[in-house]
Write a protein that binds this ligand. Structure first.
Ligand code: GRF
Length: 196
């Protein structure tokens, strides 16, 4: 059975591109919407070029009222009738009410080996800590930030002399393999953890 996938982005959307490209052939997942809180997000153009419907709901007019922003975002989202919702570089914190609505069907990718380094500046924090391994995590979203059951992790080495930028580039490459792999498995009904 086809699984309809909506993707939320805020920026360049390289993970979104990797996800959309992977949704062909025997993968039961198909992209139905790419939505962003930033109308200028470069990823929206890339999605449209790939033939995926897009929507933009600017969060700025809703400043101070997360619930109203989410209500506006829900309109195109619910109209797309997604079975799976993928956060891919979506930089807004979601309220528990929004998260509950998509419980068990919302995935997120985070650029660290969770439970290490939830939140921002993950690569700088890994380098500062002297870690020799870094990576990315795809997890089910729960109301807690960067929390929830882990569906998969990709591991990369931290090289001597790494800066947050060089490490981020290595991790991002791994993200592009990890997220499509986890989404394919999830769309097939598999929730066991995978490590790349
Ligand atoms: C990725 O590193 C992702 O893990 C993080 O934000 C970045 C988004 O990059 N949440 P892109 O927009 O997918 O290129």
């Amino acid at each position: 059975m086809v699984k309809r996938v909506a993707i939320l982005i805020s920026g360049g959307g390289s993970n979104m591109v990797a996800l959309v490209r992977s949704m062909t052939g025997d993968n039961p997942a198909r992209p139905v919407l790419v939505a962003s809180n930033d109308p200028a997000a470069a990823g929206l153009v890339r999605a449209a070029e790939m033939g995926v419907p897009t929507a933009a709901v600017d969060h700025r007019p809703f400043r101070g009222d997360r619930g109203a922003f989410e209500a506006a975002l829900l309109e195109p989202l619910l109209a797309a009738e997604p079975d799976i919702l993928c956060l891919a570089g979506f930089m807004r914190i979601l309220t528990p009410g929004f998260v509950d609505r998509f419980q068990g069907m919302m995935l997120n990718i985070h650029p660290s080996l969770l439970p290490k380094y939830p939140g921002l500046h993950t690569h700088a924090r890994a380098i500062e800590a002297g870690d020799t391994r870094a990576g990315a995590t795809v997890h089910l979203v729960t109301p807690l930030l960067d929390d929830g059951p882990i569906l998969g992790q990709a591991h990369v080495p931290v090289e001597p002399g790494d800066t947050p930028e060089t490490l981020a580039a290595r991790v991002l490459k791994a993200e592009h393999l990890l997220y499509p792999t986890v989404l394919h498995r999830f769309a097939d009904g598999m929730t066991g953890r995978i490590d790349l």
